[in-house]
Structure formats: C-alpha cells, structure tokens
Design a protein around this ligand. Sequence first.
Ligand code: UTP
Length: 462
Amino acid sequence: MNTDAIRQRLREHGQDHVLAWWDHLDDAERRALAGQLETIDLPRLKQLYAERDKTFAVPSAERIQPVPVIRRDADATHARRLGNEALARGEVAVLVVAGGQGTRLGFDLPKGMFPVGPVSNKTLFHFHAEKVLALRRKHGQPIPLLVMTSHATEAPTRQFFEEQRYFGLPKDEVWFFRQGVMPALDLHTGKLLLETKGSLFTSPNGHGGTLTALAETGLLDRLKQLGVRQVFYFQVDNPLVKVADPVFLGHHLAADAEVSSKVVPKRGPTEKVGHFVTVDGRCTIIEYSDLTEAQVHEKDERGEYKLWAGNPAIHLFSVDFLARVTQGQTRLPFHVARKKVPHLDAQGNPVKPDQENALKFEMFVFDALPLADRWTVVEADRAEEFEPLKNATGADSPETVKRAISNLAAQWLEQAGVAVPRTSEGHAAHPVEISPLHALDPEELATKVDKKLKVAGPLHLE
Ligand code: UTP
C-alpha cells in the first residue's frame, strides 16, 4: 500500500480530507480505505460534479417516434418453438438484479427475501428460483441463475440461498456477482463524504452496473464457455415475471436481435413510467418527465395513444452484445440524484441531514438499448407479467402484489375450466397460488387440474 501515492492523487483532486483520521486507523481499516480509494475514478467524479446540472439532452419531438411492437395477438407458434429449442440447447441464462436498497419498501433485508406468496408466504427469490428449476426440469438443460447483488445485499442473499438449499437448484448453477459502487459527493463542494473515519459513503452504481459487473467478474466469459447465447434480465421485485418466456425468446431469435424488451400498455397517458420510443430509429426509453403533455396525449389514426408502451424492465441481451458493449470505450452515462446522505463533518461528528446534501450517481440498464443494432419489442399483459413490489403500502405494495398473484392464479384456473369465486371488484375471493413447480403457464395447469376442483378457501397448488 503506497500511502504517499494515494495522498498525492487525492490532493491533486482536492479530496485529501478523506485521510484526516488516517493516523488513527488500524492496519485493517487503512487497507479497507485504501482499497475503496483505489477503485475510484477521481477525474470522472470531478467531471460528473462539474456537469451536475446538465440535464440529458431530450431529443426534439420529430425525432421521437412510437416503437414498433409485436402485439399480444400476433401468432406465437413459431416463436414458442424457437424459444423452446434454445432452452433445450442450454443457450439461455437468467439474470435477476437484486442489488437495490429497497428504501421505499422499508424492509431491513434484501428485497428478494420479502414474503409475497399469498398462501405459501414464499419469498420473491423463491418464486424466481422455482421458475428456473421448473424450466430446467422441462428442458433437461442447465439454466444458470445469475443473481446480481450489491455490497449491502451480497452477504444476506448468499446466506439465504444457502439456508434454503438454493430452492432445489444445483448450487453450481446459481452464480452471485456484485455490482460496483459509486461514492456520494457533497452537493455544495463536490467533496467525497465519509461514512466513518475509515470509509467513504458509497452506494450501488445502479442497475446499469450489471453490464460492467458481468464483464469484470468474468461471468460473461463463463457464459460463453458454457455455450449460453442469451441472457434473460429482470428485476427481483416482480413476482409475475415469465422467466425466460419461450415466446419472447423466439421473437428475439427470429429477429437475430441483440436486445429485446417487453412493454406493457400504460395505465393512462400520464402514468409516470419509462416510455419505449424510437429516437432516430434506435430503441430508446425516455422518462415520463422528459416528454411534453402534448407528446403523451398524442393519438394515432386509430385513436390510440401513440406512446402507449411502458417499461416493465424485462429484457433479453445476446451474450455477443454484452461483450461488445462492455469492451473498449463504450460506457453507460451516470444519472445524478440529490439525496440526504448521513456522513461525518470536518470534526468527525456524525451529521444526519434533513435536506438534500449530496449527489448520488447511478447507471440505468436501459441506456444500453440504443446501442443495439437489431432489437425487438414485445407486448406483455400487465396482469400476467408485471406487478412490482416497491412500497410498504398503497400502489405496488405487498397487498397489491399478493392480490395480483392470486388473481393470476385464479385466471389460470378459470382457463382450465375451474370455477373461482370472485369479489364484487373482480378479485379472487380467496388467496390462490400455483407453484411454478406445479405449472409454469395456464396450458400446463390445464393438463393437471381437475375441473371439478372447489375453491372455497385459500388454495395452494404445488
Ligand atoms: P429500484 O430502482 O426500484 O430500486 O430498482 P429499489 O432498490 O428496488 O427500491 P428503492 O428505489 O430504493 O425504493 C429496480 C430493480 O433494480 C435493482 C433492484 O434490486 C430492483 O430489482 N437495482 C437497483 C440494482 O440491482 N442495483 C441498483 O443499484 C439499483
């Protein structure tokens, strides 16, 4: 550890205040702090601070066009066959991003450990892992499950999988990898903030950190060696996700796409979600806040909203694309957010701010979409595929998520010919749940369920 070199480098960038307590640290603390400092790109941080008020250039209205979407009523026979063949050749891996801090939910453990099963109380991780296991059994091929964690979620996530015996998956097919971190900067001075006398305040570098982390940890090479060609990407907070959906895979393969994405119809023109559009012919997501009132209300000749496609954060990336965009000079931009960050002041006293005092920097995975030369976008039904757990109460909360799981199970049962009592609002009258190991889709359920089944109380088919 070359302390002089570290100090010199920090001084050149006006950041040597972070060594104020260096002489009081023990060896282990010094090593840890030096390790944190070594990974920091100080010139880049300086540039990010200088550009903190620069907003992303919003393309002019004529450059933004509706994205072409493969609609739900399109014939899926060919796509399903192609997708199933790719799964049966072992060419598909599944990647769940689970590095977020889940601040809005206010749960102390990683969000993936939150129980959402309306009858079983199964956790999000459990649902996802069982879907992978069911696909693995069906296709007789390994489907690596890549779990992206962060410094905050890594240890409890690994421990949970271990305790739960990987939910039945072979241990060597569950690959954990950790995303990078970014330090926070003081809003007014651009200085690094200390969390303790021996550590900087850092936070996960955003779900866009997935791409670099995959490459840097060597997992991308490992996927290639294994013959995996496509990576199915989703967020840990969505229990309805159709993991490695064969139809989605098939559309992606038929178009020889580098990236494919699912979209869901927005709940209304002003729903605050990312919007799928094209900009200069490239698939792009534009934040709701970057569009004008006129743009979100504009209708086409059939009277439908032009920009109807919202982002549920479900993508397919080809391994070749991931390799291409993580080599060389390509890098995703950082988005800046103003946050309240507890830290130590110049005297080493803890400060708990009541106003935004710091800048945090995150990369977003969807900034990779415009880099794709070939891409497809496929429509999904929200009730069947997307209900994220974000908040403790209200919208996108445990209550809505459990209800959505029950309602979907009820819909599958009804499709299979079973009568399910409904409330006056149309929800399943009793909690209902179908384990992914019992059936992965309504067609599979129909082959197993007895039409005379009575749903008179909570029901769990497993
Ligand atoms: P969100 O942006 O909704 O964040 O992440 P969050 O951590 O779940 O919740 P809040 O905003 O703090 O309340 C969407 C998905 O991206 C992952 C999350 O784990 C979640 O699956 N994510 C987010 C990461 O893996 N890393 C990050 O740095 C940020």
